[in-house]
Design a protein around this ligand. Structure first.
Ligand SMILES: C[S@@+](CC[C@H](N)C(=O)[O-])C[C@H]1O[C@@H](n2cnc3c(N)ncnc32)[C@H](O)[C@@H]1O
Length: 451
């Protein structure tokens, strides 16, 4: 409360008539008032925030309830990658420099060498020499950029694939064709801890002896950091036509066939059959269950080759295990105008140093992409007739009427799965086979299924 008080003589002289004195009580009351107002404002804000949170939760819950599918697995769930593997990949430059340190001049030149190699592997393929991996600068650029990115991609994929695909007896045999710096064996050792104790013999075959030797050093450094048994690495200088002493339980071939394909004059279906025959020739036969994994970069040409090879494997009595969830005609075969099969995940969580090098080389990427076919020799899995499996094979697509859809591959052909549920490229979904005929999407020709 303001209280009137007597004016001083000099105040009267100055023409002041009245003066209000703020008492201590008044100050207290004002401060309390201010606090009350501030609290009310804060409470209101918190209430609004809670209402917003509740609304989002409600929508998510509703979306989950409305979702008629069930997620079976994903191809790229980061939480499946073992913690020690993530740490090693994060600091992979330490591993490389422990066996092959660069001086400051070499470090400064690295981004431009990576850029040159990248052109060589993509848009200037015609100029690439067959033995490019024997050149010291190309090999160093490969290891510091491509090997590292491939480990990010492959470790994620291997950690999420069915463990049975990578199962070995204690003395299993594994063959990696076009092994380069042993990218696939390193990724497998990182991704699958259950294999670290096994006495696996790993044949690594490549045209470049240098790349294999460099890779073996890196493999041994990784095994030492993981404190695990090292597999028996057998380096073979050779090509796809070479033959080995032993047949393999698992044959892998990553990022190589597109190089052969570039140089070949024959049509892709002929080449696909030839490559398939060669890969199968490295695998065990008879009663054992050999598995073959072919991985190529996620570009339309490579995806077409992978799809043709998948057909060829099926004709040879193999069954696709991933990404395909069926043996029928591939609905994303990469023919002109059609969809091509590739899977991607965000590169946000890639190692910071790898992203830095990529930026310096003008090769920054926001997504890691690949196309692949994993097949095994066994009778086709029995599937329950009224269930339909589909592999999500696109990013979200905005549809008219504020709807979202995803292209998906299934035994029924290409699907456009429409759902409010957020899905990711590579997820495997199962749902009931729709009773009615599915409508056709005019743009893509896909059958529309609401999940
Ligand atoms: C792009 S690198 C891939 C290396 C490794 N697989 C990876 O994914 O990082 C291709 C490798 O295939 C090898 N290569 C190319 N043609 C080959 C052939 N006909 N037979 C064996 N290796 C070959 C090259 O020497 C090179 O090391």
């Amino acid at each position: 409360m303001a209280e009137k008080i007597e004016l001083k003589w000099y105040e009267k002289k100055q023409g002041i008539h009245i003066k209000q004195k703020i008492t201590a009580e008044q100050k207290k009351q004002d401060a309390a008032e201010k606090r009350r107002a501030e609290k009310e404002e804060k409470d209101l804000l918190e209430k609004k925030q809670k209402q917003r949170r509740d609304k989002i939760e409600h929508i998510q819950l509703q979306q989950k309830k409305n979702f008629s599918g069930r997620k079976l697995s994903s191809l790229f769930d980061p939480s499946s990658v073992p913690k020690d593997a993530t740490e090693i990949i994060e600091n992979f430059d330490d591993i490389i420099s422990s066996s092959h340190p660069l001086n400051s001049k070499q470090k400064a030149l690295l981004p431009q060498q990576i850029r040159a190699l990248s052109h060589n592997l993509t848009d200037e393929r015609g100029d690439r020499r067959l033995g490019y991996m024997n050149e010291t600068t190309a090999l160093s650029a490969y290891v510091h950029y491509f090997l590292w990115w491939n480990l990010v991609r492959l470790t994620r994929l291997f950690a999420n694939m069915e463990s049975s695909f990578f199962s070995f007896d204690d003395s299993g045999v594994f063959v990696d064709i076009g092994s380069g710096p042993l990218t696939v064996p390193i990724a497998l050792l990182l991704a699958r801890p259950e294999l670290r104790k096994k006495n696996i013999t790993c044949y690594c075959l490549d045209l470049s002896q240098q790349a294999l030797a460099f890779g073996e050093d890196i493999f041994l450094s990784v095994a030492a950091r993981l404190e695990c048994n090292t597999w028996k690495i057998v380096r073979i200088k050779g090509n796809l036509d070479s033959s080995l002493k032993e047949k393999a339980d698992l044959v892998t071939c990553a990022n190589m066939l597109n190089e052969l394909h570039d140089d070949a004059q024959m049509p892709p279906d002929f080449l696909a059959k030839k490559y398939t025959d060669r890969l199968v020739s490295f695998a065990k036969s008879g009663t054992s269950k050999p598995r073959i994994l072919s991985i190529e970069p996620g570009d339309p040409r490579s995806a077409r080759l992978v799809s043709l090879m998948r057909d060829s494997f099926i004709r040879k009595g193999f069954v696709p295990v991933a990404p395909c969830c069926h043996c029928r005609t591939c609905p994303m075969d990469g023919k002109k105008g059609g969809k091509w099969c590739n899977f991607a995940f965000s590169a946000d969580s890639a190692p910071a140093q790898l992203k830095r090098i990529s930026e310096k080389a003008d090769l920054a990427k926001d997504r890691a992409v690949l196309s692949f076919a994993a097949v095994e020799k066994k009778p086709e899995n029995e599937t329950c007739d009224d269930m339909l499996k589909m592999r999500i094979a696109s990013d979200p697509i905005r549809l008219p009427g504020h709807r979202t859809g995803y292209y998906a591959c299934s035994e029924k052909g290409l699907l456009l799965a429409v759902t409010e549920q957020k899905l990711f490229s590579g997820e495997l979904i199962v749902t009931k086979v729709p009773k009615k005929q599915m409508p056709i999407d005019e743009k893509s020709g896909a059958q529309i299924i609401n999940l």
